[in-house]
Structures are given as C-alpha cells and as structure tokens.
Design a protein around this ligand. Structure first.
Ligand SMILES: *Cc1c(COP(=O)(O)O)cnc(C)c1O
Length: 233
C-alpha cells in the first residue's frame, strides 16, 4: 500500500470514530485509536506515523521488540495487546506504555516483580473473555472481579481498566452484549475503587465492530486491517 493510500485509510477510520462518538454525544477525544500493526513491516509504520498515527499495538513480544529497535528514532508509542508469556516480559518492558492483556495472577505477579527490580510502574488492563469463546484469552466475567482485586494490590501495576475482544459474529446484539458486559464489570470495579485512574479505560472494538464498541463506551479501539489492509498469514 502506498503512503497516500495508508493516509486515506487512516483518515477514514478517524472519521468513522468521530461519527460514532457524535452519534452517542461523546467527544471525539474520548476515544483513542490504537493502530494494530502486527505483521506490518516497520517501514510502513513510518508512513503511518507520518500520516498521524500515534499509538501502535502489537500482539507478539519478539515482533514488538525488533520493531521498537528499528523505530527508536521516532516518537512511536507501543501498547501490547496479545497473549504474554512470562519469559517474554523482559522483551517488551523497555518499550511498552501499556499492556492490555493481563488475564491471570501469576503473570501479574511476575510483571510486578520485574518492574520492582527496575523501580518502574506500568499501566495495565485486565483482559476479560466476555464472549466465552474457548479460542480467546481472558479471565471469565465471573472471575474478573476477584482477579481485579488481586491485581490492584500489586504496587508496580497501575490498573487502568479492562480489555475484551467482541464475539466473532455478524449478530450485532451478540457483539454488543460482550461490550456491555465489559462496561458493567468496569462499573462494579470502579465502585470497589479498584482502578488507579479516575476514568478507567475500556479497550474494545476492532476493524469489524469498533463503532458498536464506541457506542457502548469504548475508550481505546484497536484497529488493524481497516488501516493496513488484510494481513498475510
Ligand atoms: C489483531 C488484533 C486486533 C485488530 O484486528 P483487526 O480486525 O485487524 O482490526 C485487535 N485486537 C487484538 C487483540 C488483535 O490481536
């Protein structure tokens, strides 16, 4: 894809985000776009940065690590959005500003320990499997509050909200139900004062469903193929 095409697609997505916000009377700044750049070469990310991209999401630790090195001369900001193995924590900690996908206590504890050694803190989200699809990571909605309580007590982790992936379905109601479930959990956790920030993040919405997610309260949308095109396998 040429730099011009990429810029056009990015503007299209930004316009759709603004329109979805307007539909439910939310300010456009209430939603941040994360450009999901997995499998996309670093050279294209440079074009995306020039076109106005700010935050990029990767789901593999190795890939994030080498792209971060290649792009260290830029102002790129990295979020990690994939399944994280604890032996890969060290690869991403130097470059990430947020991990969206903490879904078990052992991982949270290892992250906390590693951060403690470096006297660092890190913003994290807890991933919830709101669709109950077996292929998906995430703590179950029933166990989420318990995990959130435990994670909120780890001093190096700043619990900033929740993340989910909507059901893989064309059925709008089914997809929206996932997002509603996440929002309700977030409200419960907020009442229990489990979040480190006043306005917790809801990371939900991808290329196929981000408008519905925004209408349900998303604050972070993770959009890949609508910007970069279909991924090569
Ligand atoms: C790949 C991925 C996305 C983006 O998916 P698209 O459908 O290409 O927008 C969002 N979130 C996660 C966790 C992903 O792995």
């Amino acid at each position: 894809m040429t730099a011009t095409d990429l810029k056009q697609r990015l503007i299209q997505v930004q316009t759709r985000i603004a329109a979805a916000c307007q539909k439910v009377s939310r300010p456009a700044e209430a939603v941040q776009l994360i450009l999901v750049s997995k499998t996309v070469p670093a050279a294209i990310l440079r074009d995306a940065l020039k076109a106005g991209g700010l935050i990029f999401g990767e789901n593999k630790a190795q890939e994030l690590k080498y792209k971060a090195v290649e792009l260290q001369d830029t102002a790129i900001r990295w979020h990690f959005i994939g399944h994280l193995q604890s032996n890969k924590i060290k690869d991403i900690l130097p470059s990430v500003e947020m991990i969206h996908s903490v879904d078990n206590l052992a991982l949270a504890q290892k992250l906390n320990q590693r951060l403690q050694e470096k006297s660092q803190k890190l913003a994290i989200l807890v991933q919830v499997n709101t669709s109950y699809e077996e292929s998906k990571s995430g703590v179950s909605p029933e166990q989420a509050l318990e995990l959130l309580k435990q994670v909120s007590e780890l001093p190096q982790l700043q619990l900033h909200g929740l993340m989910t992936i909507g059901a893989l379905s064309q059925d709008e109601q089914r997809v929206r139900d996932c997002f509603k479930r996440l929002r309700e959990l977030s409200q419960q956790a907020q009442q229990l004062k489990l979040f480190a920030n006043e306005h917790p993040e809801l990371s939900m919405g991808m290329s196929g469903d981000f408008e519905w997610a925004i209408e349900e309260g998303s604050t972070l949308v993770r959009v890949g193929s609508a910007i970069f095109g279909a991924r090569q396998l």
